[in-house]
Design a protein around this ligand. Structure first.
Ligand code: HEC
Length: 149
């Protein structure tokens, strides 16, 4: 009995080590894969934009554009939540993808508005992503324009 155990002990150790190793590398591999896809989920956008950065977006939101001399918050208000005109949309808490799509469409002409198109015309994908990240991270006071004239 004892001899038998002694005989199989090295084999068991080898087996355990082998399982541990394969569990490690298998688990590690899957872990990496999982975090890769999480990363992709967190950073990819249906608008095909790169990952956005809230702090860069915050800065950009109050930077006057060269073409217009106006910044986003000049019209959409502080944090996108205090538009200077009741008919201007609030942006705070809006889905980042929605903001991204809207800005891309103003930029490429699919969506056209006398005031807004020129605001988006010179934005890069990264700037759009940053602005979308910033405004979507603010409190939401979204409302529709029913009854607003
Ligand atoms: C001169 C005023 C003005 C400035 C400056 C301005 N916007 Fe706008 N924005 C508007 C108006 C007005 C609309 C509504 C246009 C329409 O009906 O298509 C609008 C619409 C939008 C929309 C679409 C919102 C929705 O609910 O569909 C987004 C997103 C947006 N603006 C983001 C920005 C960003 C980001 C900036 C800064 C780069 C900016 N705006 C600067 C006036 C402005």
């Amino acid at each position: 009995m004892t001899t038998q155990i002694r005989a199989i002990a090295p084999a068991l150790i080898a087996l355990v080590a082998c399982l541990a190793l394969s569990a490690c590398s298998g688990g590690g591999g899957e872990g990496e894969h999982a975090s890769d896809s999480e990363h992709a989920a967190a950073t990819s956008s249906s608008a095909g934009l790169p990952a956005g950065h809230v702090s860069a977006g915050e800065q950009l939101a109050s930077t006057k554009g060269e073409a217009t001399g106006q910044s986003c918050v000049d019209c959409h208000g502080s944090e996108g939540n205090a538009p200077i005109d009741a008919t201007y949309p609030k942006l705070g808490g809006q889905y980042a993808d929605y903001i991204g799509h809207a800005l891309q469409q103003y930029r490429n002409g699919q969506r056209d508005h006398a005031l807004m198109s020129s605001q988006a015309r010179n934005l890069t994908d990264q700037q759009i992503a940053d602005l979308a990240a910033y405004f979507s991270s603010r409190d939401s006071q979204l409302r529709d324009l029913h009854g607003v004239h």
